[in-house]
Design a protein around this ligand. Structure first.
Ligand code: GLA
Length: 682
C-alpha cells in the first residue's frame, strides 16, 4: 500500500467523549485546617478503663505521662457525632499479604491501610478532601508547625515534643534524620511508596537543628509543594532505635537484603507512632493490631485516642472485602472493583443493610503502560529489547491506543453510567485537568493498522499476526508481547484480558503474565515487563502529591522508565519535555504558571501516549453503620486512601452497638519482637 493510502486510513485524534453523568453522593462540610485539630495541653486526660490495671501494676506510666505536654487535640466541633466512647474493633478484609514490617526498605504490610494505621507522617493529607480551598495546605501531624526563611530557601520544621513510640522510646529528630539519611539518601534502599531524593526537589538537604527541630534547605525558592512530600507515602519515619542497629550503615554483618527482611510478619509488637501496633499474625488468616498505649492524640475532652481498641485484618481477597462489608461480616471496603458495583448497590439499598455505601467522584483509573526504557533496564533479552524499541515508536503507540474500544472495555466491567472512556493522564473532573489539552485517539482498527504499518510491522507469513520488522534482532517470527497484571484484583485481570483480546483482533499477539501484587510490584521495579496494566496512584488526581513521579524526573521515579544500572535514562524528546513541565511545576508556586504547566503536561502525555488510558470510574466507601464520626463525603481515594481520610483514630461505636469481637480484649502490645500482646501484670 502506498504511504498516501495509509495516511488516508488514519483517524485523527479528537476531544475526549463526554463522560456519562454520575453525581457524587456525599458533599463534604468544608472547614479550615485548625477546625479539625490543634496542639495544646488539657486539664486532664483519660484512658480506657481496662488500661488502669496496667498503670496499677506498674507496666505503664499514667496516661498524662505517656502523652506529650501538648498532644494533638481533635476538636469536638469537627466530629460529626461528637466525643466517642472506648471499645470495639474494626474488621478489615484484604487481598494483600504482608512481606514484613520494614516499610522503609520497601516491604508491603499487605495494604488495605495496615501501614497507614501503623505509620504517622510529618504532615497529613488524607483529610484534605474537606478543607476549604483557600486554606488548602497539608495538615500538621508529627510536624506540628513550620516556617519559611525570609529568602524562602529553607523550611524549619518543628516536631511534636515529648511524643513516644508505642514501646515508650522517645520520638525525636533522630528518627527523622535516620529516615532522611538512611532511607531517602541511601540509593540501596527504596521505601514502599518509592520516595527518593527527587521527591523533595533536586539538591534539597535536611539537617538536625535540635531534638525537636529539623531544617530543609532548598535550591529553589519556597517550594511549598514539599509540605505534600512530608505526608503519607514520602515522609513517615520509622523507629530508629529498632531500625538503625540492623541497617548496613551501622552493622557490617547485615546486607541490604538482610536489612529488608529483618522484621518478618511474625515479628510482633513492632513499635509505631500510629494508633495500633501488630500483636498477632497467622499466615493467610489474620493480622491483629491493638491500641498504642503511647498514642499522642486526644479528643478535646482529654480522652486518649484511638477509641477503637483493635483492628483486625482478615487475609482473604479484595473481592471478599466488598462482599463482607456489604454483608456486615466485615466493616470497611473501598468499593473499587467495578464488577462488584451492581450487587453491592442492591444489598446496600435494602432496609436492613448493615453498611452504608456512598459513591464519590471518578478517581479510579486504569492505564496500559509500555516500558519506555531502551537502555537495558531489567536486562531484557533480544525479544524484550525489540518490544521496547516498538514501545518507543509513536506510530506503534498510536496503533495500540486505537485498537482499544474503551466503551466495550468499560461495559465489560459494569454496565450503566459508571465507567468513562479515559484517554490517560490527569483525570477529568480533577483540579488540574483541562479538556482542551487532552488528546483522545478514537477506536479504529483501520487506523490502528495504518499506524502499525507505519511503525514497520507487517504480517509477512500471512497467519493473521504481525511479524517483527525487517532486520529485527528478534528474528522474523510473530511479534510477541507480554502483558503484566496483578492477580490480586479481578478488575486488573479482566482489563488485561480485554486488552489482549482486542490486540489479537488487530493482529498483535500478547501473552499474560499474571502475578500476585507483591511479585508484580517486584517485577515492575526490576524492569521485568513489556507492558503493564495498572491502577493509577494519586499523583494523577492531585498533582501536588508525588509530583516527581508524574514523569521520569530521576533515575527511579517513573515505573515506565527507570535508568539502567549505570544510572542512564534514555528519555524520548517528549519525555524530556514532560520532565521539564513537572520540574517547572515543582519549582513554582504561581497558580497560573502551575495550571499552564499541567496543560502542557497533559497535552504531551495524551498526544504522545506516555501511558494508554483504559477506563475511569467512581468508587464507593462502604462502612458498617455502627461506626460514628464518619464525616460526609469521604472519597475512597483523593490525597490518600479512605483508611487515612476517614481518620480512624476518632471513629467510635456507641456502647449498645459494640459487637464484642475483640480477639485480645484487655491486652496491649508487648515488647518489640516479643511473643504478642500482654495483659496487665504479665
Ligand atoms: C489497596 C486497596 C485500596 C486501599 C489501599 C490502602 O491498594 O486496593 O482500596 O485499601 O490498599 O493501602
Amino acid at each position: 500500500m502506498s504511504a498516501t493510502a495509509l495516511t488516508a486510513q488514519i483517524v485523527e485524534p479528537t476531544a475526549p467523549p463526554a463522560p456519562p453523568a454520575f453525581p457524587a453522593q456525599g458533599e463534604p462540610n468544608f472547614v479550615t485546617r485548625d477546625a479539625i485539630a490543634t496542639y495544646r495541653s488539657l486539664p486532664e486526660y483519660h484512658q480506657p478503663a481496662f488500661m488502669d490495671a496496667f498503670v496499677e501494676a506498674g507496666d505503664l506510666p499514667p496516661v498524662e505521662e505517656r502523652l506529650p505536654d501538648e498532644p494533638m487535640v481533635y476538636e469536638v466541633s469537627n466530629m460529626t457525632d461528637g466525643i466517642g466512647v472506648y471499645g470495639d474493633v474494626m474488621r478489615h478484609v484484604i487481598g494483600g499479604r504482608p512481606e514484613g514490617w520494614n516499610y522503609w526498605a520497601g516491604q508491603t504490610q499487605g495494604w488495605g491501610g495496615i501501614d497507614i494505621a501503623m505509620s504517622e507522617c510529618l504532615t497529613r493529607t488524607g483529610p484534605l478532601f474537606q478543607i476549604e480551598p483557600d486554606d488548602l495546605e497539608p495538615l500538621p501531624n508529627l510536624a506540628r508547625g513550620w516556617e519559611w526563611s525570609e529568602d524562602g530557601m529553607s523550611l524549619t520544621v518543628h516536631l511534636i515534643e515529648g511524643a513516644k513510640w508505642s514501646d515508650g522510646d522517645p520520638f525525636d529528630a533522630e528518627d527523622v534524620m535516620f529516615y532522611w539519611d538512611h532511607t531517602i539518601m541511601d540509593p540501596n534502599v527504596t521505601p514502599l511508596n518509592a520516595a527518593s531524593p527527587e521527591t523533595f526537589g533536586e539538591g534539597t538537604t535536611l539537617s538536625r537543628v535540635d531534638d525537636y527541630t529539623v531544617r530543609f534547605d532548598f535550591t529553589t525558592e519556597r517550594p511549598e509543594r514539599v509540605l505534600y512530600s512530608m505526608a503519607y507515602g514520602d515522609f513517615c519515619p520509622g523507629p530508629s532505635h529498632i531500625l538503625a542497629p540492623m541497617h548496613p550503615a551501622n552493622n557490617p554483618d547485615m546486607s541490604y537484603d538482610d536489612y529488608r527482611n529483618a522484621f518478618p510478619p511474625d515479628y510482633m509488637n513492632f513499635p509505631v507512632m500510629g494508633a495500633w501496633s501488630p500483636v498477632e499474625y497467622r499466615p493467610d488468616d489474620v493480622i491483629v493490631l491493638r491500641r498504642n498505649p503511647y498514642y499522642w492524640k486526644v479528643d478535646s475532652d482529654g480522652n486518649q485516642l484511638p477509641y477503637l481498641n483493635e483492628l483486625q485484618y482478615r487475609l482473604s481477597t479484595w473481592a471478599d472485602r466488598d462482599v463482607q462489608a456489604v454483608a456486615g461480616t466485615g466493616d470497611f471496603s473501598n468499593l473499587e472493583q467495578a464488577e462488584n458495583f451492581v450487587e453491592s448497590l442492591r444489598r446496600a439499598a435494602e432496609d436492613d443493610a448493615p453498611a452504608r455505601l456512598e459513591f464519590g467522584p471518578r478517581i479510579i483509573g486504569y492505564t496500559l503502560y509500555p516500558n519506555l526504557s531502551g537502555n537495558g533496564w531489567g536486562n531484557p533479552d533480544t525479544r524484550g529489547q525489540a518490544v521496547r524499541e516498538l514501545n518507543r515508536n509513536l506510530d506503534f503507540r498510536q496503533g495500540v491506543t486505537q485498537v482499544i474500544d474503551r466503551q466495550r472495555l468499560g461495559d465489560s466491567l459494569v454496565k450503566g453510567p459508571f465507567t468513562a472512556q479515559y484517554p490517560g493522564g490527569l483525570y477529568a473532573g480533577t483540579s488540574y485537568y483541562d479538556e482542551g489539552s487532552t488528546v483522545f485517539y478514537p477506536y479504529s482498527l483501520e487506523s490502528a493498522r495504518a499506524h502499525f504499518e507505519a511503525a514497520g510491522l507487517e504480517d509477512t507469513d500471512g497467519n493473521g499476526f504481525y511479524n517483527w520488522p525487517e532486520g529485527s534482532p528478534a528474528g522474523t517470527g510473530d511479534v510477541q508481547i507480554t502483558l503484566l497484571t496483578n492477580t490480586d484484583y479481578q478488575t486488573d485481570r479482566n482489563l488485561a484480558e480485554g486488552v489482549i483480546a482486542m490486540m489479537e483482533e488487530a493482529g498483535l499477539k500478547l501473552s499474560l503474565n499474571a502475578l500476585t501484587a507483591n511479585d508484580r510490584d517486584a517485577a515492575v521495579s526490576a524492569g521485568r515487563y513489556d507492558w503493564r496494566v495498572e491502577r493509577n496512584a494519586s499523583d494523577l488526581i492531585t498533582v501536588v502529591q508525588n509530583t516527581a513521579q508524574l514523569a521520569p524526573t530521576g533515575p527511579r521515579t517513573s515505573a515506565s522508565h527507570y535508568a539502567n544500572d549505570a544510572g542512564e535514562l534514555d528519555l524520548l524528546p517528549f519525555e524530556e519535555e514532560m520532565v521539564e513541565a513537572v520540574e517547572g511545576f515543582i519549582a513554582t508556586n504561581d497558580p497560573e504558571a502551575r495550571s499552564e504547566l499541567m496543560k502542557t503536561y497533559q497535552q504531551l502525555y495524551t498526544d504522545n501516549l506516555y501511558g494508554i488510558g483504559l477506563t475511569q470510574y467512581p468508587g464507593a466507601l462502604v462502612i458498617n453503620k455502627r461506626f460514628r464520626n464518619v464525616a460526609p463525603g469521604v472519597p475512597i481515594y483523593a490525597y490518600n486512601w479512605a483508611e487515612d481520610s476517614v481518620i480512624r483514630e476518632r471513629l467510635f461505636v456507641p456502647e449498645e452497638d459494640q459487637i464484642g469481637a475483640e480477639l485480645y480484649e484487655g491486652a496491649l502490645p508487648g515488647e518489640p519482637g516479643g511473643e504478642g500482646p500482654v495483659t496487665a501484670g504479665d
